[in-house]
Design a protein around this ligand. Structure first.
Ligand SMILES: Nc1ncnc2c1ncn2[C@@H]1O[C@H](COP(=O)(O)OP(=O)(O)OP(=O)(O)O)[C@@H](O)[C@H]1O
Ligand SMILES: [Mg+2]
Length: 252
C-alpha cells in the first residue's frame, strides 16, 4: 500500500526498560475506518500516540523503527510538531473541549495557524461542525460555552475541532466509552461519514463497534500485531487462533 496514510515498520517503543510495542508493522489506508483492538495494556494507546508524537514528552519513552505519516517520517525533526498534529488529529476517551465557546473551540487550530479573515474562519466553522454532524444542534448556540453541551455533543465538537485543521488522518482512542448508546450511534455515524474522505484509526474495546464501523481491523496482543485484515474476515474467519479466542470473548 504505497498510498497508506499511516505506516509503522518494526516499531519498537516503550518506557524505561519495558518494551510496550515489540516490533509492530502495520499500514492504515488513506480512507476508511481501521479499528485497533486488543486487551487492556497491550499497547493500543502507545501505538496511536506514536503517530502524532504524543509519547515524546513522557518520562522514559523510547522508540526504534519507522513511523510514516502520508509517506513522511513522523519523527523528522524538520517537521514541526504543530504541523504534524494539524495533519494527524486526535480525539480521546473523555471529551475534552476547551472551556471556550463552541465557535472558539472549532477555530482554535486555524487561529493558531494564523488564519484571521473572518469569512474564511466562518466557512471553516460551518464546514467542520457540519462534517462532525453537529451543526444543526449548535448553530443557534455558537457563542455558548462548550461545557454546556452533552458528552456526545462535546465529543463531536472535539471531532469538529480536529477537522478544522484539515487533517488527513484522525486518531480516536475509545471515543465512545463515556457515551450512552444513542450518543454512540450518532458518533459512529459521524465516523463512517468522515472515513469517506480521510483515514480514521479507531481504538475500541467494543467488538460490535469495530464490526459496525471498521472496514479493517488490527488485533494487537502484548505489543505484537497478531493479525490485520478486513473486519468481516477477521471476525468471521480469523487466521490466528489467538484472534479467534479474543474476538469470541474467551479472554481480554
Ligand atoms: N507514561 C507511561 N509510563 C510508563 N509506562 C506506560 C506509560 N503509558 C503506558 N505505559 C505502559 O505501557 C503499556 C501499554 O499501555 P497502553 O496505554 O498503550 O495500553 P492500551 O492497550 O491502550 O490499554 P487500555 O485498553 O487499557 O487503554 C502498559 O503496560 C502501561 O502500563
Ligand atoms: Mg488505551
Amino acid at each position: 500500500m504505497s498510498d497508506a496514510a499511516l505506516v509503522t515498520r518494526n516499531l519498537v517503543a516503550g518506557f524505561e526498560n519495558t518494551e510496550v510495542l515489540k516490533g509492530v508493522t502495520v499500514e492504515v489506508p488513506p480512507r476508511g475506518v481501521t479499528a485497533l483492538i486488543g486487551p487492556s495494556g497491550c499497547g493500543k494507546s502507545t501505538l496511536l500516540r506514536c503517530f502524532n508524537r504524543m509519547n515524546d514528552h513522557l518520562p522514559g519513552f523510547f522508540r526504534r523503527g519507522e513511523v510514516l505519516v502520508e509517506g513522511r517520517d513522523a519523527y523528522d525533526p524538520s517537521w514541526p510538531l504543530e504541523a504534524l498534529r494539524f495533519q494527524v488529529g486526535m480525539v480521546f476517551q473523555k471529551p475534552n473541549p476547551f472551556p471556550l465557546s463552541v465557535r472558539e473551540n472549532v477555530l482554535f487550530g486555524p487561529r493558531l495557524a494564523g488564519v484571521s479573515k473572518s469569512d474564511i474562519l466562518e466557512e471553516i466553522l460551518v464546514r467542520s461542525l457540519t462534517r462532525a454532524q453537529l451543526w444543526d444542534e449548535v448553530k443557534d448556540r455558537l457563542g455558548a460555552s462548550a461545557l454546556e453541551f452533552s458528552g456526545g455533543q462535546q465529543q463531536r465538537l472535539c471531532i469538529a475541532r480536529a477537522l478544522a485543521s484539515a487533517p488527513g488522518i484522525v486518531l480516536l482512542d475509545e471515543p465512545a466509552s463515556a457515551l450512552d448508546p444513542i450518543a454512540t450511534a450518532k458518533l459512529e455515524e459521524t465516523i463512517r461519514e468522515l472515513a469517506q474522505e480521510i483515514a480514521v484509526l479507531l481504538v475500541t474495546h467494543n467488538m460490535q463497534q469495530a464490526a459496525r464501523v471498521a472496514h479493517r481491523t488490527a488485533f494487537l496482543y502484548l505489543g505484537r500485531l497478531v493479525e490485520e485484515g478486513e473486519t468481516t474476515q477477521l471476525f468471521a474467519a480469523p487466521r490466528e487462533k489467538l484472534t479467534e479466542e479474543y474476538v469470541t470473548g474467551r479472554f481480554g
